[in-house]
Design a protein around this ligand. Structure first.
Ligand SMILES: Cc1cc2nc3c(=O)[nH]c(=O)nc-3n(C[C@H](O)[C@H](O)[C@H](O)COP(=O)(O)O)c2cc1C
Length: 349
């Protein structure tokens, strides 16, 4: 079992987090399944009316008594929905994407006042530092490999930079993680856990239409791109982010013709909604990460949590220590080619 201090802080069993994905990409069944499995389920609450927030939280509560999070995009400034979320007093309020001039302290203070721990997701080190100074309990370092709206830096460099910048505030890594190798790598980089979006979109409990889940399973991970096209279509200016989306017919139709998309925004947006309703992924906006290339089947969310934790544990307790033991003893791993440690290369004849 892998336990890090962030597990104690948030009252969870495993350092595995569901990304709080808005716009119908998370639903009570999925949130509860992740929390019941010992991770932290999170509901993307941005865009929900106060009544929807209430009903959704009641449905989560019905399915689990374990901690869960509500996620809000700060730049959207949806006061009524946010106030409704606070009234539900979730264990964690998870925030992301604030404009520079927005007062983080105010949001965090209100969350704390409702008895919640505060998480903040950042794609830049200065943003993470600002959130830590404003009192965040946990920072999520989100790499540009991830699905949805992301920053510009890959997780391999970003995570340790953020770990150093905000210490002793714990950091959770996100972006491109879909299996136990990703969790183990995140821990090696100094993070205390892994947050996953795309992996959980392809689960049985995910609210995505089946055909969308199949796109993730079929993806080789090379078929995503960073683009502003989904945001232009939905009429939303994101502060400092592009969206990582599946490069489908919809994206290819408008790439390079964004000006024309702006002209036809309303019809295009309606067509996107229709495509989602009829389950046509080629004509919808489907945000997924590069780690789609690691996802081979649609499984229950609890199985994702279990597999990720078991694989990471095996890597950290068996595979990596075995490498250290081998290098200390000077023994060669089975199948090794080339000179061993301290040996000279053999000169060609
Ligand atoms: C469809 C989709 C919607 C998302 N919506 C949100 C959101 O509303 N709030 C948020 O903090 N993060 C959101 N994210 C980002 C995730 O929280 C997470 O950082 C990202 O999915 C991690 O990368 P991965 O997809 O490779 O696991 C979204 C991601 C996706 C794929």
């Amino acid at each position: 079992m892998i336990r890090t201090p962030v597990c104690e802080l948030l009252g969870i069993t495993h350092p595995v987090f569901l990304g709080g994905m808005a716009r119908g990409n998370t639903a009570p069944r999925l949130v509860a399944a992740v929390s019941e499995a010992g991770g932290l389920g999170a509901l993307g609450a941005t865009g929900l009316s106060p009544r929807e927030v209430k009903e959704t939280c009641a449905a989560i509560r019905e399915a689990t008594e374990r901690p869960y999070a509500l996620n809000y995009l700060i730049f959207r400034s949806e006061e009524e929905g946010f106030a409704a979320g606070l009234a539900e007093r979730p264990a964690v309020m998870a925030f992301a994407w604030a404009r520079r001039e927005q007062p983080l302290k105010e949001y965090f203070g209100r969350a704390r006042g409702a008895g919640c721990k505060v998480m903040f997701m950042a794609g830049r080190v200065d943003e993470a530092r600002r959130a830590a100074e404003a009192g965040a309990d946990v920072i999520v370092a989100q790499g540009s490999e991830g699905g949805g709206h992301v920053g510009w830096m890959g997780a391999l460099a970003l995570v340790p930079m953020m770990v150093d910048a905000v210490a002793p505030v714990p950091v959770v890594a996100a972006g491109g993680i879909a299996d136990g190798r990703g969790l183990a790598a995140a821990l090696c980089l100094g993070a205390q856990g892994a947050l996953m979006g795309t992996r959980f979109l392809a689960t049985e409990e995910s609210p995505l239409p089946q055909a969308f889940k199949e796109v993730i399973v079929r993806s080789d991970g090379h078929d995503t791109m960073l683009t502003e096209i989904p945001d232009i279509a939905s009429g939303q200016v994101w502060p400092g982010a592009m969206a990582r989306a599946w490069r489908n017919r919809f994206i290819e139709r408008w790439a390079g013709r964004e000006w024309e998309l702006r002209q036809n925004r309303a019809e295009v947006f309606d067509a996107l909604q229709e495509a989602r309703k009829r389950g046509d992924p080629g004509e919808a906006s489907l945000l997924i990460g590069q780690d789609a290339g690691l996802i081979r089947s649609v499984v229950p969310a609890a199985e994702v949590v279990r597999r990720v934790v078991e694989e990471a544990e095996e890597i950290l307790s068996e595979r990596l220590p075995a490498l250290v033991r081998l290098s200390r003893s000077g023994e060669r791993p089975a199948g090794a080619v080339g000179p061993g440690p301290g040996e000279r290369p053999v000169a060609p004849e």
